[in-house]
Design a protein around this ligand. Structure first.
Ligand code: NAD
Ligand code: DAU
Length: 363
């Protein structure tokens, strides 16, 4: 048996592949374009594992995907590939439209053709699992109930709008063609291999480098955090037992304002790797211009996946964030290697005069 996943060299995809192969002998075909966010170093521990077949390529490349499907006959495909960073989508939405919408469409077309040609049993058993985000539901006020699967779609950034469009396409392929799809909409992930353009790894990396910790606006925006391995276990569970055509929200009931997250990271670093001058890392916090159109609050109501599929996260935020900070402290080479030239260009474009790299704070 074989599964094909897209985007398996990224943050969540690589954690998924590692976890999958730690508990299963089922081969994984891992199709990833290796954009700036794709990193084969995440998968070095699998270099001798014949069950991991990595293919560098675009999930929207029809000829390549058709050939992979024909050659490997997967019983399921899991679609992680995407442009994923909201700030990048504000600076350059085109790539998000191309990858998240057009790419998903091309991929769906290939998978539909492959699935249509399967024998009856294989056709019934086949699954297309689409990995999506809570951002498609828009922004909540402080008192709104958490997002359920029935919330209407109100995406506010080019990123979330492009993910929403991909969700709609996936839904339509089930409704119109009968393709056996399932979609998951998850909240903010954190954990190992998270690219340091995103809040938590950026804070860990900048703090140690003695750079400012850039907090957008008033820092009171709320996100709902889930340890990445819990997201992976949810996806495995949905693949195993989720109902075709259904949507499952995934989250760990862990709403926190951004500023609290930054203070927590600073406190852990104070404990695990104190600054040379003995001062607290939170002295490096710097308020910077807010993200345009910044969503105020996300929160996931995870009762459906809990009650229907019996899934629960294994980590609390306290255990997960400690593991995460420790992982970054233990892996300075990984951090140094992802901070390539293109990453530095991005930081300069995003933060301009307020660039963490430019401002420099003595640690
Ligand atoms: P990421 O940016 O770390 O990784 C994306 C991966 O997709 C990279 O390896 C990249 O090389 C690959 N990719 C991009 N374009 C491709 C293409 N055209 N063909 C093949 N591969 C391509 O993203 P992530 O944080 O791991 O997110 C994975 C998925 O989960 C995304 O669909 C994202 O929308 C969704 N999601 C992310 C979060 C989160 O907090 N990070 C939460 C919920 C949902
Ligand atoms: O909710 C799920 C989404 O979570 C995923 O779909 C996205 O792919 C993923 O990137 C993430 O989006 P966010 O925009 O919530 O994540 P980010 O880490 O970019 O920002 C988290 C919060 O921290 C957000 O409110 C913006 C704020 N922030 C972020 C950065 C990078 C800062 O205050 N300063 C920063 O420098």
């Amino acid at each position: 048996m074989t599964i094909l996943i897209t985007g398996g060299a990224g943050f969540i995809g690589s954690n998924f592949v590692l976890d999958w192969l730690a508990q299963s002998e089922e081969t994984v075909i891992n199709l990833d374009k290796l954009t700036y966010a794709g990193n084969l170093q995440n998968l070095t521990s699998l270099s001798e594992n014949p069950e991991h077949i990595f293919v560098e390529g675009d999930f929207g490349d029809v000829a390549l995907v058709n050939q992979l499907l024909r050659a490997h006959q997967p019983r399921a495909v899991l679609n992680f590939a995407a442009e994923s960073h909201v700030d990048r989508s504000i600076h350059g939405p085109g790539e998000f439209i191309h990858t998240n919408i057009v790419g998903t469409f091309n991929f769906l077309e290939c998978v539909r053709a492959y699935w249509s040609g399967l024998a009856a049993d294989a056709k019934t058993a086949f699954r297309f699992l689409h990995v999506s985000t809570d951002e498609v539901y828009g922004s909540l006020s402080k008192t709104d109930p958490a997002f359920t699967e029935n919330n209407k779609y109100e995406p506010n950034s080019p990123y979330s709008a492009s993910k929403a469009a991909s969700d709609h396409l996936v839904r339509a392929y089930h409704h119109t063609y009968g393709l056996p799809v399932i979609t998951t909409n998850c909240s903010n992930n954190y954990g190992p291999f998270h690219f340091p353009e995103k809040l938590i790894p950026l804070m860990i990396v900048n703090a140690q480098a003695g750079k400012p910790l850039p907090v957008y606006g008033d820092g009171q925006q709320i996100r709902d955090w889930l340890y990445v391995k819990d997201h992976c276990s949810a996806i495995r569970r949905v693949l195993e037992a989720g109902a075709v055509g259904e949507v499952y929200n995934v989250g760990g009931w862990n709403e926190k304002p951004n500023l609290d997250i930054v203070h927590t990271v600073c406190a852990l670093l104070d404990e695990l790797k104190p600054r040379a001058d003995g001062k607290p890392y939170n002295e490096q916090i710097t308020y910077v211009t807010d993200r345009p159109g910044h969503d105020r609050r996300y929160a996931i109501d995870a009762r459906k996946i809990e009650s229907q599929l019996g899934w629960k996260p294994a980590e609390t935020f306290e255990t997960g964030i400690r593991k995460t900070v420790q992982w970054y402290l233990d892996n300075p080479e990984w951090v140094a290697n992802v901070q390539s030239g293109s990453y530095k260009d991005w930081v300069n474009r995003q933060y301009g005069d307020q660039a963490p790299a430019a401002a420099g704070v003595a640690a």
